[in-house]
Design a protein. Structure first.
Length: 374
């Protein structure tokens, strides 16, 4: 049996978070932001557990918030985060922010875990509208058709998928521990880059760079390239801290290829525009296929002799340093923030001796081999 989602599901919208309650445990209702949904998913949780904000029922009524019940699949509906297939299930009554959406399968039709696996496999980026800030509309989701086996068959399918998910989560856990190992080594060598308890000399970032290169803006296909035809990277190619060359859009006219915008081995890419949580992330290019260009939403940072690009990559993405990067972002749209060259260049950064920075490189190369094996 096949039915449209609007026939077998309930849809829930998010609510604008009252800023005055930020970080406070001011009640019993969890209020999940998009970042909370992503964090739960990346830690292997199917159900939403980790939450940074709580509000009371009275506050929920005051802001006219939509109370979302248990067993609803929630996900980002706007921005680059929607491409990650990071979904989670609510475990109790809660609220979600207005950059997220919830869909709950009606019990007479859908096993909640069966529907979760279905939603996890749904490629949201193929449903997104707008090339600037991709977003998914409820009306589009409502028209999607889903195959609905009997509830007994759904249960059997869930048992199989749950075993596979357990194996995947184990491997993901290994990768996350290896990433944490890199972060721990960075702190061991250089300390907290904001407190600078080791007393390293500091410079403005612009003093440690030869230049900042701009990407280019092109009208592209909505599909990835084939072979080595020229293409432009998507923002997601650098958004999450590691370079992803497969995240690209084919160039419509090969003659428009700009050699100066081509990504090269050893480049440090910096996302100058993104959602507030993700703006200003960096990705180091260990290797890259030819004829891929930077988009206009990405800078290339070219360090001078003071700075190792690998060190700068880890510094920019360092958990403690992220607020410094985000503090120089601006923009009127709540969903997208922008960092200019001028503001970026004025950031104060630590600059340990170059030979100490260089020690980070072979360590990361060795960890990358372990990640590839995992």
């Amino acid at each position: 049996m096949r039915k449209k989602l609007k026939e077998v599901c309930d849809f829930y919208s998010g609510t604008g978070f009252p800023v005055k309650y930020q970080g406070e445990e001011a009640g019993e209702l969890p209020f999940y932001k998009v970042g909370d949904i992503a964090n739960n998913a990346t830690t292997g949780n199917v159900y939403l557990r980790i939450c940074n904000n709580y509000i009371s029922n009275d506050v929920a009524k005051e802001i006219k918030g939509t109370i979302i019940p248990a067993d609803v699949v929630v996900f980002a509906k706007i921005g680059e985060a929607l491409k990650l297939n990071r979904r989670a299930i609510t475990s109790c009554d809660c609220l979600i922010d207005n950059n997220a959406m919830g869909i709950g399968g009606k019990r007479e039709y859908l096993n909640s875990m069966y529907f979760y696996f279905y939603m996890k496999n749904l490629k949201m980026e193929t449903l997104a509208e707008s090339t600037t800030v991709p977003s998914v509309r409820k009306t589009k989701l409502e028209e999607i058709e889903i195959e609905i086996p009997t509830l007994n068959e759904q249960g059997e399918i869930v048992d199989i998928l749950a075993k596979l998910q357990s194996i995947i989560s184990e491997r993901q856990g290994q990768l996350e521990k290896l990433d944490e190992l890199i972060k721990a080594r960075f702190v061991e060598l250089f300390g907290n880059p904001v407190r600078n308890e080791k007393g390293w000399i500091t410079y403005k970032l612009e003093e440690c760079l030869d230049r900042i290169d701009n990407g280019k803006s092109f009208v592209c296909s909505d599909k990835a390239r084939t072979g080595v035809n020229p293409a432009v990277l998507k923002l997601s190619a650098a958004t999450y801290g590691n370079y992803r060359p497969d995240e690209n859009k084919a160039l419509l006219d090969d003659d428009l290829f700009v050699e100066g915008a081509e990504v090269q081995k050893g480049d440090l890419l910096f996302t100058r525009k993104n959602t507030p949580e993700l703006v200003g992330m960096a990705a180091y290019v260990h290797e890259t296929p030819p004829r891929l260009m930077m988009p206009d939403l990405i800078f290339r940072l070219v360090p001078n002799e003071k700075m190792n690009a690998v060190f700068l990559w880890q510094l920019i993405n360092c958990r403690e340093f992220r607020p410094v990067i985000q503090s120089v972002s601006g923009g009127s749209a709540k969903s997208m923030s922008n960092i200019s060259k001028e503001r970026l260049g004025k950031i104060s950064i630590i600059c340990p001796p170059r030979e100490l920075q260089d020690e980070l490189v072979p360590f990361i190369e060795q960890v990358d081999k372990s990640k590839f094996a995992a």
